[in-house]
Design a protein around this ligand. Structure first.
Ligand code: NI
Length: 227
């Protein structure tokens, strides 16, 4: 399932991010490519240890922590500190699957990537190409979102970034370990939660059926969450 999460960042926040990122010192993305990625990765990345990457990444994490749709869809247990990349001049990232288990920077913990996230930091009109193409059970889907919007997709999916033939594409990307590892179970919980949220305004608070459905949600989460 692909989930679009709109307005993770406001227009003002995106402008502030871009003022910093457009003036930043970008590195060759090959510096952090594993042996498999090295053959297909042509982009630039911000040094993830830099003060700028840490400050902007923390800002994104604070926004996500209070975003109900993100919490409902991802049920996050751990989030990789957001990274930043830039594609220009034909830059692209060929078909690949993200690594399954990665060390968490600054800790001894590891993160299992259940979900991958891309947060767009430029408007679609600012560049040509650069679509994020994700292979799904229903065929390939191309994603190119407004600045401040984000897509969540299963880290197990084959995906690629199409060549950027004009302008520059600047995004943040990161991975999420979910409390619920299985995508099918996570999707059921998301659908149930969204339906309960949709019903609640139409019902009296304390409605018995809503209470029972809410109980079903939490009892399923109790069965399936690994925390
Ligand atoms: Ni990837």
């Amino acid at each position: 399932m692909l989930t679009l999460i709109e307005q993770v960042l406001t227009t003002e926040e995106v402008s502030r991010f871009r003022a910093h990122l457009d003036a930043a010192d970008w590195q060759d993305g090959l510096l952090t490519a594993g042996s498999l990625a090295a053959g297909v990765k042509r982009n630039q990345q911000l040094d993830e240890q830099s003060d700028l990457a840490i400050e902007l990444g923390n800002h994104i994490l604070r926004r996500l922590g209070s975003h109900p749709l993100f919490i409902s869809a991802a049920l996050p247990e751990r989030i990789y500190p957001p990274k930043f990349n830039r594609y220009a001049g034909g830059g692209h990232y060929g078909a690949h699957v993200d690594g399954a288990v990665m060390p968490l920077p600054g800790s001894r913990d590891t993160l299992r990537s259940d979900l991958s996230a891309t947060l767009f930091l430029c408007e679609p009109e600012e560049y040509e190409g650069g679509e994020l193409t994700i292979e799904t059970a229903f065929g390939a889907q191309q994603v190119k979102l407004a600045a401040g919007d984000m897509v969540l997709y299963p880290s197990s999916s084959l995906h690629r970034v199409e060549p950027v033939t004009a302008g520059a594409r600047v995004c943040s990307f990161f991975w999420i370990q979910s409390m619920v590892r299985d995508e099918g179970k996570r999707t059921l919980l998301f659908d149930l939660d969204q339906s309960i949220q949709g019903l609640t305004p139409q019902q009296q608070s304390g409605d018995q059926d809503i209470l029972r459905l809410t109980g079903v949600y939490h009892n399923l989460l109790r069965r399936w969450a690994e925390v």
